[in-house]
Design a protein around this ligand. Structure first.
Ligand code: F6P
Length: 532
């Protein structure tokens, strides 16, 4: 059995939870006028107020003790130094090297990865400058107007989220599109609106074996050629981002048009690498580098700040408090900013693919909860949909509210309404409101929230925000003793899908599965042609 639940800090937290069971967050505020300042912290341009959680100084002290007992500091240093901490894949985990702005060499297995990163980034710069400046043209000599990223998971969610968030910085001539789903409706809808002469495809896949991405990339190439363009046009309309040059060449993209990255970049941690190419094309390479600057500032904070004033550590440990001691099973992400509408989806992969694990690094089954379900929608939309359950439901759902001080638009009245709602929600969730004669109007309160404030949603602060969550997820994985950097759980379904695909193509009914799966496959085979 893993010993996490036996360590003194874990035991102390269990007793502490019992001691706090009759205390409300509201009462903790009444007791201590300094509470808000005490449980807030600023780093890398982000201000985080975590005072609206059921915590006191004792809670934080025990949580930090638990982080220490779990070896968070040593694991963090091991990650930064390029140790192969991703044991099941025998890989280093070095997304921090992609945004290391120190200019220092970083030798891993005898190779200076800092130099490799700089070389690819220089190629990204000339490519972005050429596309944005109009020097890179389509086969018929016209400027590029539309860029389509074809990728899925980490090769889609990060670039898409950032491109949405940083639209105010976008190049006026270029429209970005993202195709991920193997459902043909996805690519069909996008292509319908585009002109092959002015469209550039970025095929993004770490492995370049992902079924969805290759299927979509083939469809895109067929669409280009069907428009009458010759095979030679592919070189002007397709580039690739991958670690697998052989597969890129086999697909028919000249490796001169390929941007490399490395196995030490996990898919869900890859937007800082050439996978960020759509971002760099949209906002320009200087702004892309600002995104890296912001992430690097958070990296320095994470690497250097003491654990008890270290934002990723604090958010991680408060999450562990909710998940392992207060019985939460999910975590809401509520950006009060429409441009961040893809952030919950992005964080879903980051967190759930990283910490959705139930065996430890030593291969033992855990006897405690690990990663929460991550979900969310931007405010104020969520308020008119699922916030009812947050306020009066039976589940405890910790929530992160993310707020921008100064918007890019000039509609100040809108912004004040948005901000007022954000503050009102966290206040209402915490304080509740009592109604003795009408139980349906009773709000128990005591629902925990963090509020994360950015001055402006610019590349620097967005970089810091993303890195904050990356490191939070890392710290939680260390405490739970799991490998946050593999994703074996996605393999079984992929394997079965390949077999079923063949069965769908073969004639006759299928009998090799369970009754339900056989029934569904056979119904599909019978009905697909019958339905007009
Ligand atoms: O199937 C899961 C996964 O491997 C993710 O971890 C990854 O981000 C995604 O698929 C896409 O993989 P690739 O970039 O290799 O196409």
């Amino acid at each position: 059995m893993p010993f996490l639940t036996q360590v003194p800090a874990w035991q102390a937290l269990a007793s502490h939870r019992d001691a706090l069971s009759h205390v409300s967050i509201r009462a903790l505020f009444a007791r201590d006028p300094e509470r808000a300042a005490k449980f807030s912290h600023e780093a890398a341009g982000l201000f985080v107020d975590y005072s609206k959680n059921l915590i006191d100084e004792g809670t934080i002290a025990s949580l930090i003790a638990l982080a220490r007992e779990a070896g968070v500091g040593a694991r963090r240093d091991a990650m930064f130094s390029g140790e192969r901490i991703n044991r099941t894949e025998n890989r280093a985990v070095l997304h921090v090297a992609l945004r290391d702005r120190s200019g220092q060499p970083r030798i891993v297995d005898g190779v200076d990865v800092a130099q490799q990163v700089a070389a690819v980034r220089a190629r990204m710069r000339s490519f972005c400058d050429a596309v944005r400046g109009g020097a890179w043209r389509g086969h018929t000599g016209r400027e590029i107007t539309d860029v389509v990223n074809i990728g899925i998971g980490g090769s889609d969610l990060g670039p898409k989220m950032v491109c949405e968030a940083l639209k105010p910085y976008a190049h006026a001539r270029l429209s970005m599109h993202f195709v991920s789903n193997v459902d043909g409706a996805d690519i069909a809808e996008v292509l319908k609106r585009l002109n092959p002469e002015t469209t550039l495809f970025i095929v993004s896949s770490k492995t370049f074996t992902t079924r969805e991405t290759l299927t979509n990339a083939r469809a895109a190439r067929a669409w280009l050629l069907a428009s009458g363009e010759p095979e030679a046009a592919v070189a002007k309309h397709f580039v690739a981002v991958s670690t697998n040059a052989g597969a890129v060449a086999q697909f028919g993209i000249d490796t001169a048009n390929m941007f490399a990255f490395w196995d030490w970049v996990g898919g869900r941690y890859s937007l800082w690498s050439a996978i960020g190419l759509p971002i760099a094309v949209q906002i320009g390479m200087d702004a892309f580098e600002s995104l890296l600057d912001g992430a690097h500032a958070m990296d320095r904070h994470f690497a250097e700040a003491p654990l008890d004033s270290n934002l990723p550590v604090l958010l991680a440990m408060i999450g562990i408090w909710h998940q392992n001691f207060l019985g939460a099973t999910s975590q809401l992400i509520a950006p009060y900013n429409h441009a961040l509408h893809r952030l919950p989806a992005y964080l879903q992969q980051l967190d759930m693919e990283s910490n959705g694990k139930s065996v430890t690094l030593d291969g033992e089954r855990v006897d405690y909860a690990t990663g929460p379900v991550i979900w969310g929608e931007p405010g104020t939309n969520g308020q008119h949909a699922f916030f009812q359950l947050l306020h009066q439901g039976t589940a405890l759902i910790p929530a992160d509210f993310i707020l921008i001080m100064r918007p890019h638009h000039a509609l100040d009245a809108h912004h004040d309404i948005l901000v007022a709602n954000c503050f009102a929600q966290t206040e209402a969730l915490m304080n509740g409101s009592r109604s003795t004669d009408e139980p349906h109007r009773n709000f128990e309160g005591n629902r925990p929230t963090n509020t994360i404030c950015l001055d402006v949603l610019d590349p620097v602060s967005l970089g810091a925000l993303i890195a904050l969550y990356e490191h939070k997820v890392f710290v939680q994985g260390v405490v739970w003793g799991i490998n946050s950097f593999d994703q074996w759980g996605v393999e079984l379904g992929k394997k079965l899908a390949v077999a079923i695909e063949q069965e769908l193509a073969a004639p006759g009914p299928v009998e090799s599965h369970d009754g339900s799966t056989n029934q569904l496959i056979n119904r599909f085979k019978a009905r697909r042609r019958a339905v007009a």
